[in-house]
Ligand binder design. Structure first.
Ligand code: E4P
Length: 219
């Protein structure tokens, strides 16, 4: 399973990259705003900076919601770097835009997916990634993970190559459950990735090893 980080924070992206587990980055307009990145020149420079850090795909979201606007913005984003994946919202014009980019050989990520029907449409038009938002479904007392399970079943039934990019992943158990269900990718904050490292028995075991070593050495 691929690990993407869901942030526009360059320090976190660098830390995940240095850990050696990072396969890509997803951003969205809210995450860019959180880092104080505004204005098209700054946004462009920021995407370039992210691409310089990571080896894998970098999702960059269009702001337009009409077909021609999405095509114009998406083409400009795709020109920035081969790593750029044009992120398109699941709206009617977005489906048409996904089809356009798919036929043009430009990678896409269909975002704001909350149902199997939306995922099926994205796969039909050849999206590279589809992003079901599991955390936001959990937030409204709906089982986000069951959406991953159902999309996996449907895509496998028909051999769709669209990758399931589990998004709105909030913690390490989301990552592990997505792995069990066969998601192709999870995108999460750095904290969800690093908390996979932690186990109290590891900490206790290491402390005992080091203490025994010190005692044997007479320290
Ligand atoms: C997906 O690509 C989105 O950027 C993201 O996962 C949204 O997560 P949130 O629900 O934590 O904002």
């Amino acid at each position: 399973m691929k690990f993407f980080i869901d942030t526009a924070n360059l320090k976190d992206i660098k830390e995940a990259q240095d850990l050696g587990v990072l396969d890509g980055v997803t951003t969205n307009p809210s995450l860019m705003a959180k880092e104080g990145i505004t204005g098209s020149d700054n946004i462009t420079q920021h995407y370039k900076a992210i691409c310089d850090i990571v080896d894998g795909d970098v999702s960059a979201e269009v702001i337009a919601t009409d077909y021609h606007g999405m095509i114009k913005e998406g083409l400009a984003l795709a020109k920035l770097n081969d790593k750029i994946v044009v992120k398109i919202p699941m709206v009617k014009d977005g489906v048409r835009a996904l089809k356009y980019f798919s036929e043009a050989g430009i990678k896409t990520n269909c975002t704001l997916v909350f149902s199997t029907g939306q995922a099926l449409l994205a796969a039909k038009v050849g999206a590279t990634y589809v992003s079901p938002f599991i955390g936001r479904l959990d937030d409204i007392s709906t089982d986000g993970l069951s959406l991953i399970r159902d999309i996996r079943l449907i895509f496998d039934n028909y051999g769709y190559s669209t990758q399931i990019l589990a998004a709105s992943v909030r913690h390490s158990m989301h990552i592990l459950n997505c792995a069990k269900l066969g998601a192709d990718v999870t995108t999460s904050p750095l904290s969800a990735i690093t908390s996979l490292l932690k186990h109290p028995l590891t900490d206790a075991g290491l402390a005992a090893f080091l203490s025994d070593h010190r005692k044997a050495a007479g320290n």
